[in-house]
Write a protein of this length. Sequence first.
Lengths: 277, 313
Amino acid sequence: MKMLFTAFCRRNLALAKLAIVTNLEYRFNFIIDAFIQPILTVGVEVLLWVAIFNTVAKTADATGLIGGFGRDSYLAYAVWAPFLGRIAISWMYEAMMVEEVASGSINTILSRPLSFFEYYLSQTLGYKVITTLFSVTVPIALSLYFKLPIHFDRLFGAFLIVVYYLFLVHTMSFIVSALGFYLTRVRSFTLLKNLSLTLLGGELVPIDLMPKALADLLLTLPFTAGVYVPLAYITGRGGSELLMQGFISTTWGLAVAGTVAYILWNRGIREYTGTGA
Amino acid sequence: MKYAIETENLGRIYKTYSKQEGILNSLKGFYNRQYTEKVALKNASFKAEPGKIIGLVGSNGAGKTTLLKMLSGLIYPTTGSARVLGFEPSKRENEYLKQISILLGQKNQLWWDITPRDSYALLTKIYNLNETSSKSRVTELAQLLQCQHVLDTQLRRLSLGERMKMEIIGALLHSPKVLFLDEPTIGLDIVAQTTIRNFLEKYVKEQQPAIILTSHYMDDIAQLADQLFLISKGEIVYDGSVDHFMQTTDLKKKLIYRLKNTTEEKEIVFNSQELTQVLSDLAKAGDVVDLKVEEVDFEDVIHRFLQAESGAR
């Protein structure tokens, strides 16, 4: 049993390394992915929130607060949301998984003693680790430079829930790719899923700015655990109870998604025709 | 276990969406899809012993790759059953997958963006092999295939022949007991083909795996196969040795000759037993100044056999 577990760990570590080696092979793509893209997204969000607060200052006397939070709080949100969002979403590896099923190159994985789920989960984690190590410097530097209200001591807890949430995101990617057994071309599902996650996760609009009933509903769903929950935790909008709620909702989300994935995969693999080989 | 592979009435039917030409039919197909069923393989029953190579020959779409995919567990059979090394392939148990290998000549199985040596290190972890013996196996196989010099070059930068040799090393790294080779020499030059053929011949003698080999190059089959399966329209129409096939098939010979005062060579294809008659007719045709008799090659024989089989169905 111990030997099996050791073999499992060695294998998955090797797959995570594969993702790191492969991504570092293409330097410009990596730099754009790890730096340029998050910097641009942060820039857009920051400009948006600066514009909103400038308008508020001109048109209202008030406290200068929106939804109970001030300018710096939203800037902190704007700086960290795209960064967390890019960890908590899977475009590249989901596209690869979908392509494997559609093109039949999944045969290489199916004929070896490892699972498709495991193969891509380890690679996704490896890829996320290496890009995060580089790209996290951007929000940290901006937060320190602009003295944004970030609880740096809470970063570990925030990262922990994002990584846990990543298992759910990967299971959803697995579901989308398993749909390829039935429908062949499923790229539009990836777009639909990721846009929904961006919206439901609070990356575009902070959950606490949404109507209360909707915000309450969204907080009971697992999707906020990728961006809103960790962000609320490090910006002080919520405490450890919010983090715990995020862990619980992600757990039942995993149970539901896992069941759907299991059924779709087992039925789909029976229909599979090993296309293209 | 006497047989490495045993199948009984193995078959597979594919269901495909069929659409007629044009936008109107595309719109119709949007709400009312018409499906057709295609029998890719039917009633395939055979046994294969360890240490033997089965040559699987048939035209495109005959069902060769479908058979390999079912035996390697990639696709489920629609009918019948198969047991390979005592396992049911479609269950894809790890213990089973550790003992087989499938090499699809037109697909990369190693990782495109890393070097073969990195790929082998990864395979060592996937198959849970001993790292030291795995490394020495790579060296040994690379020497046999004469390709040590490319082990540290990114796969994407290798020529087709070099890539195929790398793929073969990857497929054999875990010493599989059953090997499925689908067109392993496709697109390769004659030198690379010969190297791979000689390597496989030696490898089977030493390691005794059961191999099913498909190839469009009949030299592969003629040199390597102990047993020959001819497959036509999803059915195995011949199961026997290559020698027996050549002896029992209506073998033809080719007589090539040139008459006096001409530069053009002419040829007559005839059955072996007709030689006397053919020579007698030729003598009446004029003064023969050059003459040779050749065997019609294996490829032609198979081609004619499959054509006849296909026409008979």
